[in-house]
Design a protein around this ligand. Structure first.
Ligand code: RP5
Length: 167
């Protein structure tokens, strides 16, 4: 199976990256992880993107906070799909990173997920890989059913606690 390539702007983004690692591990999807900053190590970030396809990567997830230029800088150097994860920094609750990641000019798209949404970024990456992989697609469907069952159990628990008292 092809890999997911993950790149973060700083190791301070690791808690968000870990959410994605957990999802990819759940689905047994291979991945690699790097720290390359669009601002501090721009050549390394560009080289990663330029060589990603030859290195067996099919989808890239870029995690960055603050003036989060990383996903766009990666996307500029590859035609692989790039998913951007804006990370909440010390200031502005991550809205700075959200705007920096999502507001790409026409021609260089970044599929931006919610602030700190490492798990959803990985799920989207798995869904992209599953387009050409029936077994992976089946696993995604099974996970949806399991997640829905968990919600229904919560519904039963809440309903049995409150609903009779309303009657
Ligand atoms: C961004 O700046 C990184 O992605 C990180 O979210 C933020 C802060 O980096 P550090 O100062 O913690 O290294 O480039």
């Amino acid at each position: 199976m092809k890999k997911v390539g993950m790149v973060m702007g700083s190791d301070s983004d690791l808690p968000i990256v870990k959410k994605a690692v957990d999802v990819l591990s759940y689905f047994n999807v291979p991945y690699e992880v790097h720290v390359y900053s669009a601002h501090r190590t721009p050549s390394q970030a560009a080289n990663f993107a330029i060589h990603a396809k030859d290195n067996g990567i099919s989808v890239i997830i870029a995690f960055a906070g603050m003036a989060a230029h990383l996903a766009g800088a990666i996307a500029a150097n590859t035609v692989l799909p790039v998913i951007g994860v804006p990370c909440k920094g010390a200031c502005l609750e991550g809205v700075d990173a959200l705007f920096s990641t999502v507001q790409m000019p026409t021609g260089i798209p970044v599929a931006t997920v919610a602030i700190d949404a490492g798990a959803n970024a990985a799920l989207l990456a798995v869904q992209i890989l599953a387009v050409g992989d029936e077994e992976l697609s089946q696993k995604l469907n099974e996970k949806r059913v399991a997640d829905a069952n968990a919600v229904m159990q919560k519904d039963s628990a809440v309903a049995s606690r409150f609903n009779e008292k309303c009657l």
